[in-house]
Design a protein around this ligand. Structure first.
Ligand code: SF4
Length: 476
């Protein structure tokens, strides 16, 4: 029996407080990793990565594998984009890229393919559907030579698509190729907004892709919206939300557009005088939360909503939710092996990132090396803070007692400085602190980044404070 989303809905688990957001919103990391990627150094290289894989093996390799594949190419530039992508219509570039990518997969497969079963695969970009059906089939077959994949019902196999560039037949093919989750950007249904950001994606196209994905048997359909784009206002957002709710996706992400033209060249094409004011942005966010929670969606955290029946919401209720470079995930504690230009792996207690330019990436592979450019080996303090940030981001609470069992610390002593800052937040009703638990309130959930930032040791380093504003987007 299919249970309608609303049948399982609860009272909204998030509360919008404009005054509090105005007071506390500041620039901060999104914590898809801790330490964040800007702390990686080039002192970390291929030898360190190989050592991390060997330690995982020596410890019995209990965690399953999670694979990430980065396809950097896109047909057309969306002006708001802050991803690492290459805009080109020259398909031969993808051919060349695939030959190198397969060589990297060979190296990773030889090194780590036997560690454990793959229970998670994600294709991201750029635009993974820039590859043709044949190229995708060939790449997946290549990966299966080295890695063992869990069955369809036991694994989470997802791909980001661009509805503007796929046929409905293509959607069906992706399902038969093994993908069972699909995600894509909508951003806004309003034609003027779409024009202002150079992403014309007719409503009929989006809806047809969603229907085809449903008919093809994808387990979860996820869409992205953005608030804060040029020409957006409360009316356009309200109309878009009505259409989105009627389309009934399983997951919805609502991102705050961070206009940082000094960092992202493509954003310089956005007319600043067409951007909504900070106040309008807050009103739009409030509207999104109200409309989606009324429609029965649950706030998962950090811009994400899901139907209460979706695996993400179920995992959160069961305390199994995890956060990694692709956002929230139901598969906790996997060793993440990532392939492709700029891709980031998380193996054992390390993070490592591949070369960011195609030339450097190709050159390293030509030399027979894994194309790792930088990374970090986490110390015990990093691991402790990482688990705290994970718990807060995923569960909105932290069991101090469990932490003290797992780590040789007394929380009140080790985090005395942090507790001082948290007490100020407690006065603002962001959370409650008792000897056993930190519990984030429905008001504090929207400002979860602020709470996590208290535990980020690196943010406290003096000289960092000035540049912080340039690197991170605002917490709301
Ligand atoms: S938003 Fe997506 S499709 Fe658009 S340029 Fe960026 S990566 Fe490519």
């Amino acid at each position: 029996m299919v249970v309608p989303a609303t049948a399982l809905s609860f009272a909204p688990n998030v509360q919008f407080d404009a005054a509090l957001i105005r007071k506390l919103s500041r620039q901060g990391p999104r914590y898809t990793s801790y330490p964040t990627a800007d702390r990686f150094t080039d002192g970390f290289g291929m030898g360190d990565y190989m050592q991390a894989v060997n330690s995982v093996r020596a410890m019995g390799a209990r965690n399953p594998l999670s694979l990430y594949v980065h396809i950097p190419f896109c047909d057309k530039l969306c002006y708001y984009c802050a991803c690492n992508k290459i805009i080109t219509k020259n398909r031969s570039k993808a051919e060349v890229y695939l030959t190198y990518l397969k060589r990297e997969i060979d190296m990773q497969g030889k090194l780590a393919g036997d560690l454990n079963m793959v229970t998670q695969l994600h294709f991201g970009g750029g635009t993974p559907t820039y590859l043709s059906d044949e190229q995708m089939g060939d790449l997946l077959a290549h990966m299966r030579r080295w890695f063992r994949f869990a069955t369809d019902d036991a694994g989470e196999y997802s791909i980001e698509i661009d509805p503007r560039t796929v046929t409905l037949e293509r959607i069906r093919t992706l399902r038969t190729q093994g993908f069972n989750r699909i995600s894509f950007g909508v951003q806004d249904f309003d034609p003027d907004v779409q024009k202002a950001v150079n992403r014309i994606q007719p409503e009929e196209t989006t809806l047809a892709v969603m229907n085809a994905a449903r008919e093809a048997g994808f387990r979860s359909i996820s869409i992205d919206l953005i608030y804060g784009l040029p020409k957006q206002n409360l009316m356009t957002m309200d109309r878009t939300l009505t259409k989105v709710i009627a389309a009934d996706p399983d997951r919805i992400s609502i991102y705050n557009y961070a206009h940082m033209p000094a960092l992202f060249k493509s954003q310089r094409r956005i007319a600043e005088d067409e951007l909504p004011s900070a106040e309008t942005k807050l009103d739009m966010l409030s509207l999104c939360i109200k409309r989606l929670t009324t429609a029965g969606y649950v706030y998962i955290g950090m811009d994400h909503f899901a139907k209460p029946t979706d695996d993400l919401a179920v995992a959160q209720r069961q305390g199994r939710l995890h956060r990694n470079f692709q956002g929230y995930s139901t598969h906790a504690e996997a060793e993440m092996i990532s392939c492709g230009v700029s891709a980031i792996s998380a193996v054992g207690s390390t993070y490592s990132q591949n070369e960011k330019t195609l030339d450097a990436y190709y050159e390293r592979i030509e030399q027979g090396e894994l194309p790792i450019a930088r990374g970090i080996k986490l110390n015990v303090d990093d691991l402790l803070r990482r688990i705290i940030i994970q718990m807060l981001m995923c569960n909105f609470e932290l069991s101090i007692a469990s932490l003290e069992v797992a780590y040789p610390i007394t929380f009140a002593n080790y985090f005395a400085k942090e507790l001082e800052q948290l007490r100020v937040m407690e006065q603002d009703s962001l959370l409650t602190i008792d000897p056993e638990w930190l519990t984030v309130s429905p008001k504090g959930r929207l400002l979860i980044r602020n709470i996590c930032m208290v535990f980020d040791r690196y943010l406290g380093e003096k000289q960092e404070v000035k540049t912080e504003r340039l690197r991170y987007s605002k917490t709301i």
